[in-house]
Design a protein around this ligand. Structure first.
Ligand SMILES: Cc1ncc(COP(=O)(O)O)c(C=O)c1O
Length: 373
């Protein structure tokens, strides 16, 4: 049997990794500024993470959500504290799309409504509701197009107000910083207006922090730069440093009922051990602050070139937009300088490095880019 051929692949076969570095099957070392698509938060194979996960695996790896699992409560308590959302509750699942699916469902249960406002260039995942609120018709099958979704321009407060005033909106969903759509940072004024308007019109504000959250932008959640508190926050990617794990933080205004949400694998022992180890390392090694500082360093030291159109982002979520296709630059970074980078569209190099990237490692990229320009 062959694999269903849906991914464009780097011509690299990683066999080993440590921190921000990866080695391929020929022994070549690479610098990882992509983090497996913003998933590696504390760095590859961190010794504490490996120890905690291995230890958990030798005790119990899985049971369903029909028994007591104190690791889930520990994670909820720790996450509440570190994120500043101690009064919220946590529902655990397995991926970003699933987190958004649960958030949209919860908003619809709560309001009794079904229309959702999303934004141009958004990406929220590939399952039914998540892909329906994603602004990319190419990845929506006819089956996904039955949802009621209105796409508006980012930062267009007036348009949001007009739509909300119609009274049929269950939720507004927005990324803390748009990732796959090309690192677009909403303005603080817009985010504050979204908060006020959703409250005024009794719609739920969902912050998708799947890519921008978990310390990546230099605050625990990107929306914390704007000083707002959404009703639901969705998470995945960096949460367990590569072990599949997702979750949503839910404001106290939502009432849980038995069976309202559920999942087989969500909150399993291994995912919980991994997620707890991630928080241990993030706190011990001050990784949120490191992401902030090294991000500022990169932004301040990027080479000046008329080939670059604009640079956007924060912390370990940076987009360098060029006037032309970045394919040759990314290829040279990979082949000649052995640096993994991400992409958004055709003209943007996207940096999604682990939060533990050092300034010296950032220099390796900055020097390579300077030579290439
Ligand atoms: C902002 C955002 N939301 C949702 C998702 C979907 O996450 P997953 O691939 O884990 O379903 C992604 C993935 O890239 C994302 O960047």
């Amino acid at each position: 049997m062959k694999l269903f051929d849906v991914y464009s692949l780097f011509d690299v076969t990683p066999v080993k990794a440590e921190g921000c570095r990866i080695w391929d099957d020929k022994g070549q070392e690479y610098l990882d500024l992509y983090g497996g698509h913003a998933v590696i938060s504390i760095g590859h194979t961190h010794p504490h993470y490996v120890e905690v996960l291995s230890d958990q695996l030798s005790k119990i790896g899985f049971y369903s959500n029909s028994v007591q699992n104190p690791l889930q409560e520990q994670l909820a308590e720790r996450l509440g504290r570190i994120s500043g959302y101690e009064d919220y509750t946590l529902f655990l699942d397995n991926s970003g799309a699933e987190s958004n699916e649960n958030a949209l469902k919860l908003a619809s249960f709560h309001t009794g409504k079904s229309r959702v406002i999303a934004f141009h260039r958004s990406f929220h995942g590939r399952t039914s509701g998540a892909v329906a609120v994603t602004d990319n018709p190419k990845i929506q099958a006819p089956f996904n197009q039955c949802h009621q979704v209105t796409f508006l321009d980012l930062n267009d407060t007036l348009a949001v107000e007009q739509e909300l005033a119609k009274g049929d909106v269950a939720a507004v969903i927005i990324e803390g910083i748009q990732g796959c759509g090309g690192i677009h940072v909403p303005t603080a004024e817009f985010m504050r207006s979204l908060r006020e308007l959703t409250q005024k019109h009794s719609a739920v504000l969902i912050l998708d922090e799947i890519q921008s959250g978990y310390g990546r932008t230099g605050k625990f959640f990107a929306h914390q730069w704007y000083g707002i508190r959404p009703d639901i926050i969705t998470m995945a990617k960096g949460m367990a440093n590569g072990f599949p794990c997702g979750g949503i933080l839910i404001s106290p205004m939502f009432q849980a009922t038995k069976g309202m949400l559920g999942t087989t694998f969500g909150g399993n022992y291994l995912a919980m051990a991994a997620a707890l180890a991630v928080l241990d390392v993030m706190e011990q090694e001050n990784l949120v602050e490191n992401a902030h500082q090294v991000g500022e360093y990169i932004l301040a030291n990027l080479p000046k070139s008329d080939k670059i159109k604009e640079v956007r982002g924060r912390g370990m979520m940076i987009g360098i937009e060029f006037h032309d296709s970045v394919a040759p630059i990314r290829q040279a970074l990979l082949k000649d300088y052995h640096i993994f980078t991400g992409v958004a569209g055709t003209n943007m190099v996207r940096l999604l490095a682990p939060l533990c990237l050092t300034k010296e490692q950032a220099d390796r990229f900055l020097e390579a880019l300077k030579e290439l320009l």
